[in-house]
Design a protein around this ligand. Structure first.
Ligand SMILES: NC(=O)c1ccc[n+]([C@@H]2O[C@H](COP(=O)([O-])OP(=O)(O)OC[C@H]3O[C@@H](n4cnc5c(N)ncnc54)[C@H](OP(=O)(O)O)[C@@H]3O)[C@@H](O)[C@H]2O)c1
Length: 418
């Protein structure tokens, strides 16, 4: 019988152990943890807990190591050690793949072993399988989606309950949708790591997540979401990678206004979604939970069963993680922009702002200064503008030219119209 070891018995590890022991024809031989004496309610007694990775790596009976420890240090040592020892690897660790993926895939290729990582990206949607298997013969032109459940939950609460950013984040943390330290999620880094992995599979080239320009949601206010709604849009943290006419890849992560009728606008709360556009299939939409022990365990189990039943994917020399880097395009196509500036409430301000737009070569389409209490004096008030289509560089120029010392940074968001 196929024999596995599971490294990690935390949120995901515990759910997987229960699934493995429930019914499938898999033998669980050892569970690697930091503290073998820790009480683990909900897990059966009699499991063989070990704390030394060598106990797993040197055991010839163990065919597959399932890495569920998290991080990129000890997890890399274990994962690379397992592959070097000729074992298959299954992991839910997106950071490990984003940081050390090429090294692990090279080892797997040399040893003729498989790496299952369906659970590492959008665990509740089978997007890795779809890209690696169903779409392998099709030419993908673009992928775009909502890849981070934490930010989607925060933006949903800001839009629907009129909460400010801090209150929506606090609610997400209370309900377990945000980590105590949410920096990776709210800054767009988590979505960029996921986009890098998905784009590599979609476009058959290595995509370095650090090269993806990523903007977070920290500067957004409830006013932005209210205003977007009045204009017929929702604000979403959109991750997008698309080929230009020259076959170069443009990738970005950042908040964007998308029309309410767009399929991604209906993705609420902690849900994730991915749209794939390809020549043969046309447009496909995947939607599901981005994380959580149950969907993650189900994805892991499918990978384990595939390997156990000889349907795993031995890593070949042509694996996208081992390919050359995708050539970078010139930036996303020109699009309309939404801007919110904080300006002093006094005569002449509008003319000065209009001058900055002219300098940046961007044409204003609409201007709105919502009425605020008071008026006059040194108080900063919001000024909301939309533009006609502007190139990516023009948007960057605007961000720079409109920034004023001592004032909040201007919020500049693309408006996605298709
Ligand atoms: N939580 C989710 O919904 C979710 C969804 C998709 C993917 N993931 C990914 O799945 C992985 C695990 O997440 P989790 O939420 O289950 O984490 P977790 O609850 O913190 O559990 C981590 C487990 O790994 C063990 N561990 C950590 N470092 C170790 C080391 N150096 N040596 C031995 N054991 C070690 C811990 O042992 P002790 O119990 O002894 O401390 C613990 O059992 C992460 O990569 C995460 O990104 C999580």
């Amino acid at each position: 019988m196929h024999t596995i070891a599971i490294a990690g018995a935390g949120t995901v590890g515990a759910a997987l152990i229960q699934s493995v022991l429930a019914s499938v024809p898999i033998r669980l031989k050892a569970v690697l943890v930091r503290d073998a004496g820790k009480p683990r309610p909900g897990l059966p007694t009699g499991l063989d807990y070990v704390t030394d990775p060598a106990a797993i790596l040197a055991d010839p009976e163990i065919d597959t190591v399932v890495e569920l420890m998290g991080g990129t240090g000890a997890a890399f040592e274990l994962a690379s050690g397992a592959l070097a020892a000729g074992k298959h690897l299954v992991t839910a660790n997106k950071n490990l793949l984003a940081e050390r993926g090429p090294e692990l895939f090279a080892l797997a290729r040399d040893k003729g072993r498989s790496i299952g990582f369906e659970a590492a990206v959008c665990a509740g949607m089978p997007v890795i399988r779809a890209l690696q298997e169903a779409l392998r013969a099709d030419r993908v032109s673009a992928i775009e989606g909502i890849l981070n459940g934490t930010t989607n939950y925060i933006l949903t609460r800001m839009a629907e309950d009129n909460l400010d950013y801090a209150a929506a984040l606090a609610q997400a943390q209370r309900l377990g949708f945000a980590e105590p330290d949410p920096a990776n999620d709210v800054s767009g880094v988590d979505a960029a790591c996921k986009l890098g992995i998905l784009a590599a599979l979609a476009f058959h080239r290595r995509v370095e997540w650090r090269a993806i320009p990523a903007q977070g949601i920290q500067d957004l206010q409830a006013e932005d979401l209210r205003q977007a709604a009045r204009m017929g849009y929702r604000v979403k943290l959109l991750a997008r990678a698309a080929l230009d006419q020259n076959g170069r890849l443009d990738s970005t992560v950042g908040p964007a206004l998308i029309p309410v009728g767009h399929p991604l606008a209906a993705v609420r709360d902690e849900f994730n979604a991915l749209m794939v556009a390809s020549d043969g299939f046309g447009r496909n939409l995947f939607m599901g939970k981005g994380a959580g022990p149950a969907p993650t365990a189900a994805s892991l189990l499918a990978d384990i069963l595939d390997i156990a039943q000889g349907r795993g994917w031995p890593v070949g020399a042509d694996h996208p993680f081992l390919a050359g880097p995708a050539p970078a395009g010139a930036g996303a196509a020109p699009c309309r922009l939404y801007l919110r500036l904080a300006v002093p409430d006094r005569p002449g301000v509008l003319a000065a702002v209009a001058g900055r737009f002219a300098e940046a070569g961007v044409s204003i389409a609409s201007v709105l200064q919502p009425e605020t209490a008071g008026g006059g004096g040194p108080v900063l008030v919001p000024l909301i503008l939309t533009t006609h289509a502007a190139a990516t560089e023009a948007a960057a120029r605007l961000r720079e030219t409109l920034a004023e010392p001592g004032r909040p940074a201007p919020v500049v968001l693309p408006i996605v119209d298709d």
